[in-house]
Design a protein around this ligand. Sequence first.
Ligand SMILES: Cc1ncc(COP(=O)(O)O)c(C=O)c1O
Length: 393
Amino acid sequence: MTKYDFETIIERRGTGSLKWDAWSRRGHAADELPLWVADMDFKTVPAAIEALTERVTHGVFGYSMAPDGYYEAVQGWFERHHGWRPEREWFVMTPGVVFALAMAVTSFTQPGDAVIIQPPVYYPFRMMIEDNGRKMVASPLLYEGGRYTMDFEGFERELEKSGAKLFILCNPHNPVGRAWTEDELRRIGDICLRHNVVVVADEIHADFARAGHVHVPYASLGERYAKSAVVCTAPSKTFNLAGLQLSNIFIPNPDLRAAFRRTLDRTGYDEPSVFGVVATQACYEQGGEWLDELKGVLDQNYAVLEAAVSRMPGVELVPLESTYLPWLDCRGLGLDDAELKRLVEKEAKLWLDMGTMFGPEGAGFVRVNLASPKAMIEDACSRLERAVTALGE
Ligand SMILES: Cc1ncc(COP(=O)(O)O)c(C=O)c1O
């Protein structure tokens, strides 16, 4: 018996949805089914909708602040779900994780300094480095036998060569879907400690570890790791609240936190939107069961994709350990990137994120967003299967 509705297809066109309404501005066609940007086509937790409705009905929208219950709700969630409790004084709230990445880059490096990342990786990492006048240094992940791993030796070599003092870690990793193990995190963390590198851990997809995998919060590795970490979290992926623009950044080291806060203060940003606060608190307090059910639905969607891909010669599914964003290896189709884009958009009529957006290492790959009702995922899979099959005819 299911308690929540993850089946109804909700019309999002005309609601100011980036995913559904931005197609013409972004050079896409109206008939491309959008499975690109990482939000979900599901309503959020009913308790959050009720809390928001009550707050809207109150009708007074003056300056807001997060009440004590907000902090307790966030702390309780991380403790129950990840066995790690962020302390109250570590909190810094920002209007998004990408915003926080920009704050970290400008707080802990100078113009021209190097910042290291592990492509293929969420493309705003590179943008926040380069748009702020810093130099992006790549330590690409290794891809062997259908599995991505970190290149520890290469990473250390790049650190030594570039003198990078900041690393943006994607934990779990979007788009390759790895939930990094404690051992992997410790190895990369030890290299960073040896070289005095601050680790910005983007853990926005923390709640999506699939069966057989766990999320290891980077700062849970121990005090030394926590003291050089900026941990970026948000309720936005977990509960589909991205439009409410609120993220919780945990910075255990008071010096790093003070530097980050000074940069944040200079932007003029102050208190978060009341809607973000109300929804976040309700979700972290009452969204556990909803999330469990959602993860079951995402697993079913993954099985649909897996079955479809098995019927597509030349396409391989990279095993998904976390996130709801599987990564498809289409290199066996023998297409260049323009041809692959054409196949996806013009033949399959899908709007997906092309692999090259995540770095040149993503050439020949595409990323799919599974967070839609099953009927939509089935439709998307048959569109892709038809297009791939037609290639071989
Ligand atoms: C790894 C990662 N970080 C950050 C974000 C975006 O975060 P925000 O909307 O809070 O800026 C996303 C969204 O897809 C993401 O995948």
